[in-house]
Design a protein around this ligand. Structure first.
Ligand code: HEC
Length: 140
């Protein structure tokens, strides 16, 4: 019988430790999500000539943007496993798209640095893969 008491005591300790761990992880995660980042990163010229547009289209199509943002960039569900629902934004300038409200700086911050318009980190957007775009590439 004494062994049961031991096991129960041990289980109690494990439960308490796990609860503390979960609490710490939750508050650390929340702090990370709420973090605001500086918004004056770089000053890249966004060109509008036809060659740059073609380059931009090529880069967007060859770097997997459509895998998450949808074939026509109008947004798509990336993960649909409640409670984890991840929606990749509509990047077009149509209704609900960020294209109609984003400044040049907003695009740069999001693509290169993974920072949203509100200064918060974009959690799923894989900006680390696009950080090394040159100024010409990211501008395009
Ligand atoms: C692995 C999936 C994935 C890929 C690949 C991806 N994105 Fe994203 N992107 C996201 C998600 C999801 C968001 C929404 C914010 C978040 O949760 O990270 C986002 C947000 C953005 C935003 C900010 C929009 C907003 O609502 O603030 C821009 C701009 C953007 N992506 C552009 C791109 C471009 C350009 C590419 C390709 C070079 C690309 N993304 C590739 C998943 C992806």
């Amino acid at each position: 019988m004494k062994i049961f008491k031991w096991i129960l005591g041990l289980l109690g300790i494990v439960v308490v430790l796990l609860s503390i761990l979960a609490f710490v992880a939750k508050s650390k995660g929340e702090t990370k999500i709420a973090n605001h980042y500086p918004s004056d990163f770089d000053d890249v010229v966004i060109p509008t000539d036809s060659l740059s547009i073609v380059l931009g289209k090529y880069l967007a199509e060859s770097h997997g943007c459509q895998k998450c943002h949808g074939a026509n960039f109008s947004g798509a569900m990336v993960a649909d496993a409640p409670p984890f629902l991840v929606n990749a934004s509509n990047l077009t300038s149509g209704k609900g798209g960020v294209g109609s409200v984003f400044s040049d700086g907003d695009w740069l911050r999001a693509i290169r640095h993974g920072v949203g318009q509100d200064g918060r980190g974009l959690i799923v957007m894989p900006s680390e893969a696009y950080y090394y775009f040159s100024d010409v590439e990211v501008g395009a």
